[in-house]
Design a protein around this ligand. Sequence first.
Ligand SMILES: Nc1ncnc2c1ncn2[C@@H]1O[C@H](COP(=O)(O)OP(=O)(O)O)[C@@H](O)[C@H]1O
Ligand SMILES: [Mg+2]
Length: 433
Amino acid sequence: MKEIKKITQGRIARQYKLLKLGLGAGRNLLQSSGQELTDKFKDAINTEVHKIVNDLGLMKGSVMKVGQMLSLYSDSILPPEVKEVLKELEGKSFYLNWQEIQKNIPASTKEHIDITHTPIAAASLGQVHKGTIRESGEKVAIKIQYNGVKKAIANDIKTLKLILKLAKVLPKGKKLDPFFTEIKKMLEQETDYVKERTNHQLFADLLKDDKSYYVPKIYEDYCDEKVIVSEFIDAPHLRELSNSNLSLEDRNKLGLHFFDLFMREIFKWGVIQTDPNPANYLIRKHKGEYQWVLLDFGATKEIPDSVQDNYHRLIFAVINQKMDEFVELLFELKYLQKDSSFNKELFQEYLSTVSEPFSGGVYNWGESDIPERMLKLAPKVVKELTIDQPPQDIVFIDRKIGGIFFVLKELKCEFDPNLITDNYQDLNPANDE
Ligand SMILES: Nc1ncnc2c1ncn2[C@@H]1O[C@H](COP(=O)(O)OP(=O)(O)O)[C@@H](O)[C@H]1O
Ligand SMILES: [Mg+2]
């Protein structure tokens, strides 16, 4: 991690920095066009990777977050130069020094909690410090939001869109506004720490009797609009946990539970935590059994009944490999235009890729190359879709499903997912509890 003293703030400063970044000091921009401009953009990136990463690190906020989201798709839609930047950005985290960040913590919280000055994690919108409550000795995690990131969202997104368009980084001829609108909405939500705590508590309530999962307790008295204090859980992330520590049986159980959680979210509760980043989960042994510790409810989305119903039909058409039904649904849901010709083979490929684990019997998730194949296919599929009046949720559901595949792969578990999906053939199994 790299310490920084200040985040670039102010509308003009951020816009300027972004433009400079994207266009290699913006030289000759107006005289350039087409391929020439794209080449310039690439050259600028190539010569300045480290500088760009550094500047993005200083900007934090939307720019970094969108960068991280794009990097998911970087293999397929972004030029290798941009990918280079995003890869380096991912590997580095910048954190704001204590003197600055502590200003955002309420005085009474600082009074009652001893806080370690170096953070345990730093992300795009905030950073997390470890602390101890003086009176009780309880260990806590304190998530602190950066100043100004909320205010900067709208403008950052606007500038980012402009740059990506100018640089012709985005696929041609697509109306991307709905996607940017959706990303903007999500960023606004992720900076709403009050809402995050409500969603955190919602999941805690929903899962309170289920020992396969644990949601850390929130210390509401120490929180405010920019600070969330939760019970610190001393457990590793999946990445830090060597698979050899877990028996195949443990891994299979964890995998099943991970998959089942998604099914419950989408089909039972209609509430989805849409950020499947593996850093949002810890694994701990509790009373002899492994359980998932769920962190970070910033990107939790409620889906309306109608959307839930549509996804049910769509996902089961995929699971049961019903190509005709799948395509029919894509038309009905206006993902595709009725009169448009579309790439049937591509959708067939997508369907057979995603449905592979459901072909029957135990599936070896560790050996699966579906995540990579899906990431290659997804942008092509997105290009085919009519996204003028779309269910934009697809961006997030797609990301979530991709994320689940990644986690199961990393877990190297083996199980038949039909064992779980069979329980959700009927929508809303909520009432049989
Ligand atoms: N209650 C907690 N116990 C232990 N570690 C935590 C806790 N909360 C957060 N962390 C650590 O901080 C990281 C970032 O927290 P998260 O809530 O995901 O923040 P962000 O919204 O910035 O992604 C997590 O990946 C985890 O390592
Ligand atoms: Mg997180």
